[in-house]
Design a protein around this ligand. Structure first.
Ligand code: PRP
Ligand code: URA
Length: 209
């Protein structure tokens, strides 16, 4: 498939951790650790070209100009599973604000059902990182990005761990301007909307439900 604005992060450290995360034997505690670690590694790459501004710094020896992030960052996990990545992102961006969007899939129709929204009031003035480990049909991520755009967000990146070609297509159809960062693009969805080979139900594996 043509990937368009999908950036696949093929770093060997990310994929070593992803292999363990996908493994059906990986227990909740380790799953959570790995998810946070991968999120940290991904956000390092995702923010690589964030806008910067000059900042004067007085070192013990001289005054110099350093480059610092120009705009505040807002992290928006899609509940529930996006929460599993939030700690890892915040480790690198501890000043970030946090918004929350609750979206769950109807198990029969696979349609997204938004159920909770809470965003920082000045989100429109910030760089937004929308996070969810799974991009399957693309319904949840599309609904979340729709909501953020209606809230005035103009600069947004979507970060997921595993994306299905079907979800990429749907998301790009609705939001061609939003880059998708993924650790892996998997083969396809099964008849129940699960990603193959995937990693199973991310929310259940994080929270032990
Ligand atoms: C999972 C996952 C995504 C969504 C992806 O959430 O975390 O949000 O499915 O599927 P889609 O691309 O087909 O919309 P789920 O609805 O299972 O809710 P949960 O995070 O609360 O478990
Ligand atoms: N949501 C998940 O958690 N896993 C999938 O494979 C698809 C949707």
């Amino acid at each position: 498939m043509a990937l368009g604005n999908v950036i696949v992060l093929t770093h060997p450290v990310i994929h070593t951790k992803l292999a363990e995360l996908r493994d059906h034997r990986t227990v909740h505690r380790r799953f959570r650790e790995l998810l946070e670690e991968i999120a940290s590694l991904m956000v390092y790459e995702v923010t690589r070209d964030f806008p910067t501004r000059d900042q004067q710094v007085r070192t013990p020896l001289e005054t110099m100009t350093e480059q610092v992030l120009a705009r505040p960052v807002t992290l928006v996990p899609i509940l529930r599973a996006g929460l599993g990545m939030a700690g890892g992102v915040l480790r690198l961006l501890p000043e970030a604000r946090l918004g929350h969007l609750g979206v769950r899939r109807d198990e029969q129709t696979l349609e997204p059902i938004p159920y909770y929204q809470k965003l920082p009031p000045d989100i429109a003035e910030t760089e937004v990182l929308l996070i969810d480990p799974m991009l399957a049909t693309g319904g949840s991520a599309t609904a979340a990005a729709d909501y953020l755009e209606r809230a005035g967000v103009r600069s947004m990146r979507f970060i997921c761990l595993v994306a299905a070609p079907e979800g990429i297509k749907t998301f790009q159809l609705h939001h061609p301007e939003i880059p998708i960062y993924a650790a892996a693009v998997d083969r396809q969805l099964n008849e129940k909307g699960y990603i193959l080979p995937g990693l199973g139900d991310a929310g259940d594996r994080i929270f032990g439900t």
